[in-house]
Design a protein around this ligand. Structure first.
Ligand code: DMJ
Length: 514
């Protein structure tokens, strides 16, 4: 993908909670604020990770205003010893609570924490809160046995979460984060109020689907008025709703949510090329492709096929599974690349199959290793996981985007993302292979060494310098995903059914919570 401009995402018509990567389009690249702040000790009560700021002054109260010198980024440890499961689980939980306590202390009731400045961030719209980090955290708190924290969050959500705010809501993010979070919270706690709230949200999101002539959802809908906007729809946003909407339909006995999701899938799949490939962006009103590039498994295509597999599994729907297999086969046939024995995926013109770009890959694509494994192709999944592990051998944390021909950094952010750990979890669950636990532990150590600050965990704006430039944000998904995958791998918690559990793209446990 030498010429990434060929796959650039059309600008959304509304202010977007995500910002485009300079190299690959990303609908979920959350921005931290300007650099600043000092990394503090990464010590944990159980496993003393090396302190990073020996002799350093504590972080100033508002470091964003005046970037502080930071200690050197921890280079990847050769292969750190993996502690016992019990020790690892305790360390993982301690770090989760470190982030959680930061949120509670400085951003309680708001969407997201800014752990350096002690401020907060409105994820969906300025001046509006959905208590996003709490919603994202509900089922993680449950499986970690943090019952007091869960009760407090549940009470806030039940009392204060308002699904009728005058907000132009980003439908994709609202479905995977809010509807999914509420459903997972309901399954974990049996709270009827959480299920009711999930349904209220879904009802207010539905006009994005039902008022679309094709059934492909508009990107935004006003929760209060039902007014829709955003007809240029990235592929993943057209399809990443089946797991939440299908489950909701089943739980409340109302097929409208499942039907809306299926109609959107049908509309997109009917427009696949003769090669069974899909483009990147589609017009919700005309059904025409606005960008013919097949960019999977990179964003913004990534979770479109993830939800065909997940929906098929969760809803026992053979049609969805069959679509997953068809699209996956096409991507393997037309987009596979191999460098140094490692598999990668390059973009092609969906109609002709001609290669349209060079060798750029988004970190977000690393989820695909686990998906390939779950979809039945363990060999390819394991090989793609090795590709990303090789990148981690080179860099202390995974950059947002790399050039897979050189492993060079293309986008130097590191947005505290969970995809590599997600794949480690999926592949470990499928195989029982301890090497995935070792890989996940190493990833955890690198995260703890590089993203931990006194106030919680934060994104990195530039991971290239030996003293990385920190951003100032704990993304909501950090509470849903990163440490949940690790916890489930090491804790052996009885609160999760390891055989039957099914998680959404946002790490929500939509089946198998006990
Ligand atoms: C999360 O919002 C979800 O995992 C999504 O599907 C892709 N990745 C982001 C975090 O990186």
């Amino acid at each position: 993908m030498s010429d990434n401009s060929s796959v650039s995402l059309p600008s959304p018509s509304l202010p977007h909670p995500s910002a485009p990567s300079p190299a690959l389009p990303s609908r979920r690249l959350l921005l931290g604020s300007a650099a600043g702040g000092a990394l503090l000790s990464a010590a944990s009560p159980v496993l003393a990770a090396p302190a990073l700021a020996v002799g350093r002054k504590p972080a100033p109260k508002h470091p964003a205003a005046k970037p502080a010198a930071k200690p050197a980024a921890k280079r990847p440890a050769a292969h750190p010893a993996v502690p016992s499961d019990a020790q690892a689980a305790a360390a993982i939980k301690a770090e989760y609570l470190h982030g959680w306590n930061g949120y509670c202390a400085k951003a309680w009731g708001y969407d997201e924490l800014k752990p350096l400045s002690g401020g907060h961030n409105d994820f969906f719209a300025p001046g509006h809160t959905f208590g996003l980090s709490m919603v994202e955290a509900l089922d993680t708190l449950y499986v970690m046995g943090c019952d007091a924290e869960l009760a407090r969050s549940r009470a806030w959500v039940e009392a204060h979460l308002d699904p009728a705010q005058d907000v132009d809501m980003h439908v994709f993010e609202a479905v995977i984060r809010v509807v999914g979070g509420l459903l997972a919270g309901h399954l974990a706690t049996r709270s009827k109020a959480l299920l009711t709230r999930a349904r209220e949200f879904a009802d207010r999101l539905l006009p994005a689907f039902t008022s679309s002539p094709t059934g492909i959802p508009y990107t935004h809908v006003n929760l209060r008025t039902g007014q829709v906007q955003g007809r240029e729809v990235p592929l993943a946003e057209a399809g990443t709703n089946m797991m939440e909407f299908g489950l909701l339909s089943r739980l409340v006995g109302d097929s409208r949510y499942y039907d809306a999701s299926l109609r959107a899938y049908r509309a997109v799949l009917a427009r696949r090329s003769a090669l069974d490939l899909l483009g990147t962006t589609i017009d919700a009103e005309s059904g025409r492709w606005l960008d013919h590039t097949s960019i999977a498994p990179n964003p913004p295509a990534d979770s479109f096929s993830e939800y065909l597999w997940g929906g098929g599994k969760l809803l026992n729907d053979a049609q969805l599974t069959q679509w997953y297999r068809m699209l996956t086969q096409a991507v393997q046939t037309h987009q596979s690349d191999v460098r140094g024995g490692l598999p990668w995926y390059h973009p092609v013109d969906a109609t002709t199959g001609a290669r349209t770009g060079g060798t750029v890959q988004s970190e977000l694509a690393s989820f695909y290793a686990g998906l390939l494994g779950k979809g039945g192709d363990l060999a390819r999944g394991a090989a793609y996981f090795r590709s990303w592990t090789a990148v981690l051998e080179r860099h202390p944390v995974l950059p947002e985007t790399i050039d897979y021909a050189t492993f060079g950094v293309v986008d130097c952010g590191a947005q505290l993302r969970p995809e590599y750990a997600n794949s480690a979890f999926d592949l470990w669950r499928l195989t029982g292979d301890a090497s995935y636990k070792a890989a996940a532990w190493r990833w955890f150590e690198n995260m703890r060494s590089n993203h931990r600050v006194a106030g919680g965990y934060t994104v990195i704006d530039d991971m290239r310098p030996t003293r990385p430039v920190l951003g100032d944000l704990t993304p909501g998904y950090w509470f849903a995903e990163n440490l949940k995958y690790l916890w489930l791998m090491f804790s052996g918690t009885p609160r999760f059914d390891y055989r039957a559990g099914i998680l959404s793209t946002e790490g929500k446990i939509l089946a198998g919570v006990r």
